[in-house]
Design a protein around this ligand. Sequence first.
Ligand code: G6P
Length: 451
Amino acid sequence: MASVLVASNRGPVSYVLDEEGSLDTRRGGGGLVSGLSAISSKDSVWVCAALGAGDREAVRRGVGEPGVRMLDIDPDTYADAYNGIANSVLWFLHHHLYDVPREPVFDAEFRRRWEAYRRYNRAFAEALAAEADDGAAVLVQDYHLALVPGQLRELRPDLRIAHFTHTPWASPEYLRMLPDDIREELLRGMLGADQLGFHTEEWAAAFRGCAGADVEGTRVEVYPLGVDADELRALAHRPAVDEWLARLREEVGDRKTIVRVDRTELSKNILRGMLAYRELLTAHPEWRDRVVHLASAYPSRQDLESYRAYTAAVATLADEINTEFGTPDWQPVLVSVQDDFPRSLAAYRLADVALVNPVRDGMNLVAKEIPVVSEAGCALVLSTGAGAHEELKEDALTVNPFDVTETAEALHRALSMPPTERTDRTKRLAAAATSLPPQRWFLNQLEALRA
Ligand code: G6P
């Protein structure tokens, strides 16, 4: 039994079955992991889903970490809920990603998947109800679990329930694409919470706009997650990062770097970022052979066809740019598909320019991390679509994510920025980025929920 409970689809650990049939443990990072470390693990439980075969095997064998409860949800139900609804419908709505002439299509198949989403949410609500002490605080995370607050409220009216959305929230007009009854169910699920959290005023306002007068009785608050400067700098100076830095330095030579690090994710706008880089090399040929674009774009959600196609398109465009401009000693774009945090941190340290240009993004912690660890100070090209824009806009070079020419010009300005200006801006960016570190972010929500 626990007095503080966290629920999220992806948990803090995962398991991989090796060839001999034994289980390797992988520990994840991220804001939630450091946030929860603010409280003692004796009083807390983290409820998450078994994501793959390794996790399911761990549940069956009773292997697990103290304070983590993994739910072995029927694989078909899980796939329909996670791929079919959370990532294909709710993610697309909140990020405004639909190619509207073709999608969305809300048919009988959608209804079948929605039922799976409901069952998957119910499995979480039941597990939380079973694990929570009287009056416990429950902090539910993200669009995967939007129905949990309402379901849990019915099972356990005594609990204090919060929900935090790490993505944007859809604008009212966009959310109206959903069938009426489903939209109402979604909003009612969220409004089962005492407290709803968002990263920015803009997303909170979008939610209020969708919920209308029904929002009475639920506090809608903004908690803009930041980064922990000391922790991040310590991580960025481990030997594995130093080794990567040496390798990257060798590849880049004395050229400048434009760095981006993303999951290969439709909303991250990697293609327009590369188009802008191509336009930079065309409009400002003086940068040829004097800059390298380090684009780390590691695979994500590859069960979805649109993500596979996007991943392939990123590789193709990078090849085209390399063919068009490359020389025997200069490769203009270096794409890395490795999800390797030490390598990303090395790229952060090396960054002269950071490119963060999502079409729409809940926060985007890369925009906050790079200024904290970059060695020579970096100029941040940041789109208005990133949640981080609300806090960083004064010292970033702001761009419209759809305007490739504006982005190309911002890259040029960023590369040309005088060193002192770059250093000054980076200091202010780092200060803004670290103003609400994960532990404080988490405790502020917990304290408000208990007040
Ligand atoms: C976003 C979501 C998270 C999610 C992450 C990675 O940041 O807000 O909830 O965990 O993307 O996506 P994945 O589908 O791999 O868990």
